[in-house]
Design a protein around this ligand. Structure first.
Ligand SMILES: C[S@@+](CC[C@H](N)C(=O)[O-])C[C@H]1O[C@@H](n2cnc3c(N)ncnc32)[C@H](O)[C@@H]1O
Length: 269
C-alpha cells in the first residue's frame, strides 16, 4: 500500500470518527505525508477531493470552459518557456491532459516531476502519465516541494487558490527550487481591463467560489516573494488582462555577489 492510500484512509477515519471519540491507530506512513491544507478542505473539497466530482471534472473541456476558452493558448504560452530535455517541476495537478502534454513537450530526454497535496489527485495524475517514463508524480505540498533542484517550475493556476500566507510560502519555495539561471513560470489570473466584458461575472465567481483569487488583482506575483531581488521578473498579460504569465528567472550569479567588491577570502585554518 502506498503513502497516498494511507492518507486517504487517515482522512476517512478522521471524517467518520465522531468528535470526542478516539480514532483507531493510523498507519505510520500517514504521519509522514503532508496534511491537506485547511483552505483546500474548506473551499475546494468539492472540486479536488470529492471522488465523484473529481471523476466528473478531470477533463480538458472543464479547464477550457473555466478559462473562457483560453486554456490551450495559455498552456502554449507556458510551455514556450520550457525546453525539451529540461528537468521541470509542476507543483500541482491540473485537470485534463496538461501533464501528459507537458511530458510530451519535455520529451524522452527531459524529466517532469508533478506534485500534489491531495492523494486523490496524485493517483489520477499517475494514471494519466503511465505511458511517460520521463514523468513521476509525488505526494507533496507546493510550500515544501522537496526534490530538485530543477531547471524550471511550471505553476499553472495554483496561486489564486491559496490564502495569502500560503501564496508567500509557495512562491518562495518554488523560487528556491530552481538552479541559478533557471526559471519559475507562473500562469494565473490577473486584473482585467476595467472595460473587460467578463470582469463582472469573474468578480462574482471569485466572490462566491474563489475567495483568495482577487488578491492577484491587487498584487504582482513578485510581491509574494521574500527573495525577489535574486531574480529578474517579467510579465505578459492575455485576454484583456484577465490572465498573466509571470516569469522569475534566477540570476546565474546572485545580485549581491555581482555588486560586491572582489576580495580574497581566507578561510580560518
Ligand atoms: C493547479 S490547481 C487548479 C488548476 C486548474 N484550474 C484545474 O482546474 O485543474 C488544482 C490542484 O492544486 C492542488 N493543490 C492545492 N494546494 C496545493 C498545495 N499547497 N500543494 C500542492 N498542490 C496543491 C489541488 O489538490 C488540485 O489538484
Amino acid at each position: 500500500m502506498d503513502a497516498s492510500v494511507d492518507v486517504i484512509e487517515a482522512r476517512e477515519v478522521e471524517r467518520q470518527t465522531p468528535r470526542g471519540l478516539v480514532p483507531p491507530a493510523l498507519p505510520p506512513s500517514a504521519a509522514l505525508a503532508p496534511a491537506i491544507p485547511d483552505y483546500l478542505m474548506d473551499t475546494y473539497y468539492w472540486a479536488y477531493l470529492n471522488p465523484r466530482n473529481v471523476r466528473l471534472l478531470d477533463r480538458e473541456i472543464v479547464v477550457s470552459v473555466i478559462l473562457w476558452g483560453q486554456h490551450r493558448r495559455l498552456r502554449r504560452e507556458a510551455f514556450r518557456e520550457l525546453r525539451p530535455g529540461q528537468n521541470v517541476l509542476q507543483p500541482a495537478c491540473v485537470y485534463g491532459d496538461f501533464s501528459p502534454a507537458l511530458a510530451r513537450h519535455l520529451g524522452p530526454r527531459g524529466r517532469l516531476e508533478v506534485i500534489d497535496v491531495a492523494p486523490i489527485q496524485v493517483a489520477g495524475c499517475r494514471r494519466k502519465l503511465r505511458g511517460f517514463p520521463q514523468a513521476t508524480v509525488r505526494h507533496a505540498d507546493a510550500a515544501a516541494p522537496g526534490g530538485g533542484p530543477y531547471d524550471a517550475v511550471c505553476c499553472y493556476f495554483l496561486l489564486h487558490e491559496l490564502p495569502e500566507d500560503y501564496k508567500r510560502a509557495v512562491v518562495d519555495a518554488l523560487l528556491m527550487s530552481v538552479v541559478p539561471g533557471g526559471k519559475v513560470v507562473f500562469m494565473d489570473y490577473h486584473k482585467p481591463h476595467p472595460a473587460h466584458p467578463l470582469k463582472g461575472v469573474t468578480s462574482i465567481v471569485f466572490d462566491t467560489l474563489e475567495p483568495y483569487a482577487k488578491s492577484l488583482w491587487r498584487h504582482e506575483i513578485s510581491d509574494f516573494a521574500g527573495a525577489a531581488e535574486g531574480f529578474t521578473w517579467r510579465k505578459e498579460t492575455y485576454f484583456g488582462g484577465l490572465y498573466q504569465k509571470t516569469v522569475a528567472r534566477r540570476l546565474a550569479v546572485p545580485a549581491r555577489e555581482q555588486d560586491a567588491p572582489r576580495h580574497t577570502h581566507c578561510a580560518p585554518e
